[in-house]
Design a protein around this ligand. Structure first.
Ligand code: F0G
Length: 402
């Protein structure tokens, strides 16, 4: 059953509805499962391992093997920061971001509903995932992207998987307004995170974290926040496992935004339940360059209900954390994903995060999504003739310089 998170009005699962017709608030799919957790043992890690908690018929599934992403203990950064740190590496999904989890369920739902066209607005990753899963599900797909602001890897994916790509002369929030209008006029089945079935896939990040920690909750989950769907989804997943009696405690949910795109952080600092949208959001982390997040109600609830926290980081802090993850741990992420590590560092410095905490940082997208930023942050290759002595001289000089 679909239920409004504010007025609790309910809708049938097969009704195409994105916001509550009664009060205008956001919706979620109510899921309850009473299976014993033994049912999961022996199944391969991934989104569909937990199919009893996913509200579509498994027989119809449109999948590319999403989820089951690496859960890497990061001892070097952890030691530097004084915490037990794990990275949930979502860049290892089929199209390189966590959006694949949501699209697997979202496109499966689209197929079940019998729609022929799916669409979204996107800062890039949602469109890449939508394009791939729509192709796999045999559906037409339309994506609306903010012109000139989508990282190259993501744009290439959306185009190459065969989506119809519209470049909107405006920002993400404006593109989403148009996509919503297209959905309301039934041109597309909207697969932005306002669609509650999308989040049903993404909640599996929470399931996998619990599973990887041997059915225990970490002290804290920290992640970047843009349109605010993912933090809401992970919290929903964790809460479902808690309600099923699989875990006794829940983590502190911690959302990180970029300094000039941080309406949720502002609301949190004011202890508010509403946001003031940011008119012209800016950040190098283009994935989270969002001023009017649609899932802010759910995200703020996740933060307040978990005794959580929200803070912002500067572009410099993001880029330096991105480099640190790559150089110290070998984990290559796009800038938005590094906001989680940048935020963790800041909150440790400020004493918000305690020493010794067990922290899971969700790193949301692959470094190759944004090759321009990666190249700009690196030293240029040294040009050399295919001459062994010349190569040796350069390497010896490099060694002395380092
Ligand atoms: N990290 C990455 C790499 C993202 O692509 C996004 C969102 C987020 C974090 C934030 O997640 O929106 O659920 O709070 N990208 C969307 C997109 C908006 O269109 O690809 P959120």
């Amino acid at each position: 059953m679909i239920k409004c998170v504010s007025c609790e009005q309910t809708y049938d699962d097969d009704k195409i509805v994105y916001i509550c017709e009664k009060c205008g608030s956001v919706l979620e799919v109510e899921v309850e499962s009473n299976v014993l957790k033994d049912v999961f043992s022996g199944r391969k890690l991934g989104l569909w391992k937990y199919k009893e908690f996913i509200p579509v018929n498994y027989a119809n599934v449109v999948s590319l093997g999403e989820g089951g992403t690496p859960f890497c203990r990061c001892d070097k950064i952890g030691k530097e920061l004084g915490v037990e740190l794990y990275a949930k590496v979502e860049g290892s999904n089929p199209t390189g971001s966590f959006k694949d989890r949501g699209m697997s369920v979202g496109v499966t739902k689209a197929v079940e509903l019998g729609v022929d066209t799916v669409g979204c607005a996107s800062t890039g990753n949602t469109s890449a995932a939508l394009a791939a899963y729509a192709a796999r599900g045999g559906l037409r797909s339309i994506v609306l992207l903010p012109a000139g602001k989508v990282a190259l890897g993501k744009l290439a994916q959306a185009m190459f998987y065969g989506s119809e790509v519209l470049s909107i002369n405006g920002n993400f929030d404006q593109a989403l307004e148009s996509a919503t209008r297209l959905a309301n006029e039934k041109y597309i089945y909207l697969l932005n995170s306002i669609n509650p079935f999308r989040l049903e896939g993404q909640k599996s990040i929470g399931f996998e974290i619990i599973d990887e920690l041997d059915w225990k909750s970490p002290d804290r989950i920290i992640l970047p926040v843009g349109n605010a769907g993912n933090i809401s989804a992970i919290w929903k997943g964790i809460t479902e496992f808690y309600n099923a009696g699989y875990i006794d405690e829940k983590p502190i949910m911690t959302g990180i935004q970029a300094e000039k795109s941080a309406p949720i952080v502002e609301a949190f600092k004011n202890k508010a339940y509403n946001i003031n949208p940011v008119e012209n959001p800016e950040t190098v982390a283009t994935a989270i360059r969002i001023g009017n997040p649609v899932s802010y109600i759910k995200a703020l609830r996740a933060i307040y209900d978990s005794n959580g926290y929200a803070d912002s980081v500067t572009d410099e802090e993001i880029l330096s954390a991105q480099k640190l993850l790559a150089r110290l741990e070998g984990i290559g992420v796009e800038p938005a994903s590094a906001a989680s590590i940048a935020g963790l560092k800041k909150l440790i410095d400020e004493g918000v995060v305690d020493k010794g905490e067990r922290v899971v940082a969700v790193v949301t997208g692959h470094v190759l999504k944004d090759p321009d930023v990666a190249i700009k942050a690196s030293t240029e290759p040294i040009e050399v003739e295919p001459d062994f002595n010349q190569i040796k001289t350069i390497l010896e000089k490099n060694k002395l310089d380092s």
